[in-house]
Every structure is written in structure tokens, then in C-alpha cells.
Design a binder for this molecule. Structure first.
Ligand code: PEP
Ligand code: CO
Length: 475
């Protein structure tokens, strides 16, 4: 058996310049940490290079197959989790509550959209955060900004960059994903156990009636499929949860990128096909601040076989969008790229149509997944300087996005949310009626404000309702 190793370009474009997991190092790089101790950095990356992959190409391929269905309008993508995952979130309770919430949300979406739902957690590796400034002022003193647990610690005495945190990030990712796999395999998502839909906080009678109808439907559906034994083999019993994070820290991503056989081509007697897989997660994305075409992040991402995301916002020129697609997906693999749009409720109507027209009017028509991130364009500060988001702004961006896609004839294939299964008070609004005075009750995010369990479920009900009304209009 012989092996092909297309080091020229892992995406199969022979005319692209040579690529390797380290070729990003020859490009300018944004958000780059300046480690004071390079010897310690080399020691940490050498250690990572010896460790086994966190995810396997077989799983990455499986996600790619699922995402192809999303791009073609046959499935819907739900992606969610913390803004900044901390090493401390690697705990049984925190992991379980996130899995359960994502599962519950996906059931609501199945009910609303009448489509299979693909689930990706922003977890098991979401440890690096882009910052607007490397320094910040705390208590009148200039200190290095907190850049995520993979780089430094939140406490003031841990703000120096520590390369051993790269290895710690690997260990915490692996432990988190290990428990996700074990919990799913052992039936944490077992639908025979009653789910807690907790709708007591919903005061609006019309909303409450809608939610109750959905919950009744879902409970009946689960009971019915159990009665006829269909749940043993149906979509809802085999729960997959894929992992994702922003691929910000390229030293880490490079160390976990491995040339491995693509299992889809493992046919006896045939040539094997080798590809570079970033084995740190199933899916990684390029953030809003690091997507410059001629810079390091785009260079790194163009060579890996994983499905990838690109954040798209008010600062994305239409021409950049096509150039990014041509650079990152020259072979036009369907579902390879998810465009994660995040404009802000007041800008989406003005900016999204041109982005859609540019992509869907090009050779990439039908090729990408459009996913709405209604969080990152809607962050604001309260009068007393607390970072928050209004539930209504989040819902409004999502609703406008759904409407614009409907008008343009494109498919909104997914949502990307910052959420937690815990009862935090970080975003204002929703049926619980949280206001600015409530924010201090349980504000625990070290980065952006997240939807709590109730707010996340409520948002999902509203999206599901949109899909149901759209389907009813077609009848
Ligand atoms: C994020 O997803 O946490 C983030 C920083 O988003 P963006 O790159 O869109 O600002
Ligand atoms: Co964020």
C-alpha cells in the first residue's frame, strides 16, 4: 500500500504555495503571545507533539458528513458554550449541565425545524481569548490582560504568560471530552428520564401556551418512540456532541496537527490518503480579529482537513469574503466552511444581504453554512461598566437574520451562542425579567456575558417558532 502526502496543499490545490503545520510562522500574526521564556515554550510544544490526538479523523469526517447535510438545508447546526472556558469548568456537574442544555435545545429545534440537529459544544478547548489590548488597568494599576487559561490566569498574580499552560489546556480538553463521551455513552442524554423544562418563570400567557405546546409535543414524541421501540435506533437516541474552539493560539494548534490517514479512503488495495488533521477539536474557527487573508491564522487554517468556521462582521469587506473562501476551500467542499455572522441587531439588515449575495452569486453557491452568532455584535456596558447583552437584541439579530435569509432565498443553517447550564445573571431580559440591578446576583463570566439555561431555552423556542410559522406559510 502506498501513501500520498499532499504537502503542497492539503485541500488539493496544486497551484497554492507550499503548506506545512508551521508555515504560518512566516506570516504576520495578530494576537500573538510574546512568551518571555522561549526554551520553556519549546519544551511545552515538544511535550504536546508526543501526546495522542484528542479527537480522531474518523470523528472529524463524521462531523463533515453532518455539516454537508446542514449546508444542503437538510439539518440544522446548534453550537454553544462559554465565551471563555476555564480549567475550573472541567467538573462533572458543569459538563453535564451543558450537555443536557444543548440536548434540550436541540430537541426544541427538531420540533420547530423538523430537521435533524447537529450539536457542537464550545467546550473541551475554548481556552484562548483575543483581547483588544495586551494590558488593562485593574485598581489603577497596569497589568497584562487575562487572555484565557491556556495563556495566563485571571488572578492578578498569574497574569504572566506560562507555556506549561499549553499542556494543562491539552489535559483539561482531553479530560472534558473524555467525560462527554463517557456520559453520552452511558445515557446521560437518555430521553426516558423526564427532562426539566422549568417554565414557571414564563409570565406571558401567550408565550407560556406556546412553550407548553412544544413541551407536550416533545414529551409525547419521546414517549411514542419509546413505546414503538424506535428510540433504540432513531436520530434522537444516538446523541453526538462535537467539540470546537477558536483556533487562536497557533503554537497549540500546530503541535496537535498530525498527518493521518483519511479513514474515508481506507480501502483495501487502494492508495491511502494522508491529510493534516488538527486533532485539538473537531471544529475550529477563525475569530473576527484574526481573519486577515495574508496573515498567519488564514495560512494555518488553509492546510487542515477539519471543518472550519470564519467569524464575519461589520468589518468584513465583501471582497475579503470570497478571497477567504477561495483560499480556505479551493476545492469547494460542501459544508467545509461555516460563515458565522455577527453584526449586531442594528446592523444586520444593512450588511448581511450583500454578504449573502456575494457568496451565493459566486462559484460557492450552496457550499457554505450560514450560521448566526447573535451575541458578539450585541455586547454593551451598563452605566456602571458591567459588560452585558440584552435578550431582545440577541433575539432581534437572530430574527432579522432568519428573515434576510428567507428574502434572499438562502438557508440559515445554524446558531452560535454563548451560554451556560448554570443560573448566571449576565444577560438582561427574557421571561425571567432580569434587569441591570440583577446582574450582580450571579455574574461569573471572566469574559463575555452568557445566556443562562432559561434564556437559552427561551431563545430556542422563539427560533423554533419561526421555523414552524415558516412551514405553516408554505402549506
Ligand atoms: C468569541 O466567539 O468569543 C469571539 C471573541 O468572537 P468574535 O471573534 O466574533 O469577536
Ligand atoms: Co465571546
Amino acid at each position: 500500500m502506498s501513501a500520498t502526502n499532499d504537502t503542497n496543499h492539503a485541500n488539493g490545490n496544486g497551484s497554492a504555495p507550499a503548506w506545512s503545520p508551521s508555515s504560518w510562522r512566516s506570516k504576520p500574526v495578530k494576537q500573538c503571545p510574546e512568551y518571555p521564556d522561549l526554551k520553556a515554550l519549546r519544551k511545552a510544544t515538544a511535550e504536546l507533539e508526543q501526546l495522542p490526538p484528542i479527537v480522531h479523523p474518523h470523528e472529524i469526517n463524521k462531523l463533515k458528513e453532518n455539516l454537508k447535510d446542514v449546508a444542503q438545508g437538510k439539518a440544522f447546526l446548534l453550537q454553544g458554550g462559554d465565551c471563555a472556558e476555564l480549567f475550573d469548568y472541567c467538573r462533572q456537574g458543569a459538563i453535564e449541565s451543558k450537555i443536557k442544555l444543548l440536548l434540550q435545545m436541540s430537541l426544541v429545534l427538531i420540533w420547530g425545524a423538523n430537521k435533524r440537529v447537529v450539536r457542537i459544544g464550545r467546550m473541551a478547548g475554548q481556552y484562548a481569548k483575543p483581547r483588544s489590548s495586551p494590558m488593562e488597568t485593574v485598581d489603577g494599576k497596569q497589568v497584562p490582560s487575562f487572555r484565557g487559561d491556556i495563556l495566563n490566569g485571571y488572578h492578578l498574580d498569574e497574569r504572566e504568560l506560562d507555556p506549561q499552560r499549553l499542556v494543562k489546556a491539552y489535559n483539561h480538553s482531553a479530560a472534558t471530552l473524555n467525560y462527554v463521551r463517557a456520559a453520552l455513552a452511558s445515557g446521560i442524554a437518555d430521553l426516558h428520564r423526564p427532562l426539566n423544562w422549568g417554565l414557571g418563570h414564563v409570565k406571558d400567557p401567550e408565550l407560556k401556551a406556546k412553550y407548553s405546546e412544544a413541551v407536550r409535543f416533545l414529551t409525547d414524541m419521546i414517549r411514542f418512540s419509546h413505546t414503538i421501540g424506535a428510540d433504540k435506533s432513531s436520530e434522537i437516541s444516538t446523541v453526538d456532541l462535537f467539540s470546537s474552539h477558536e483556533g487562536l493560539l497557533l503554537e497549540y494548534e500546530e503541535s496537535l496537527t498530525r498527518l493521518m490517514e483519511n479513514p474515508a479512503y481506507a480501502i483495501p488495495g487502494e492508495e491511502t490518503r494522508m491529510e493534516y488533521y488538527d486533532t485539538s477539536a473537531h471544529f475550529i474557527w477563525i475569530g473576527d480579529r484574526t481573519r486577515q487573508i495574508d496573515h498567519a491564522h488564514v495560512e494555518f487554517f488553509r492546510g487542515i482537513a477539519n471543518p472550519i468556521g470564519i467569524k464575519v462582521g461589520p468589518t468584513t469587506p465583501v471582497s475579503d469574503l470570497l478571497e477567504l473562501l477561495r483560499t480556505l476551500n479551493p476545492s469547494r467542499e460542501v459544508g467545509k466552511i461555516t460563515l458565522i455572522t455577527r453584526y449586531g441587531a442594528d446592523k444586520v439588515r444593512e450588511l448581511l444581504p450583500n454578504h449573502i449575495r456575494a457568496v451565493e452569486g459566486s462559484e460557492y453557491k450552496g457550499c457554505v453554512i450560514w450560521q448566526c452568532d447573535p451575541m458578539h455584535g450585541n455586547t454593551r456596558s451598563t452605566g456602571s461598566g458591567v459588560k452585558t447583552r440584552r435578550f431582545n437584541d440577541i433575539f432581534s439579530e437572530l430574527q432579522e437574520t432568519l428573515q434576510v435569509h428567507q428574502e434572499e432565498g438562502s438557508y440559515l443553517g445554524g446558531v452560535h451562542l454563548e451560554l451556560t447550564g448554570d443560573a448566571v445573571t449576565e444577560c438582561v431580559g427574557g421571561s425571567e425579567g432580569l434587569d441591570e440591578d440583577d446582574l450582580s446576583t450571579n455574574y461569573t463570566s471572566f469574559c463575555d456575558p452568557r445566556l443562562n439555561e432559561k434564556q437559552a431555552l427561551e431563545l430556542t423556542f422563539l427560533v423554533a417558532d419561526h421555523f414552524r410559522s415558516a412551514r405553516a406559510d408554505l402549506k
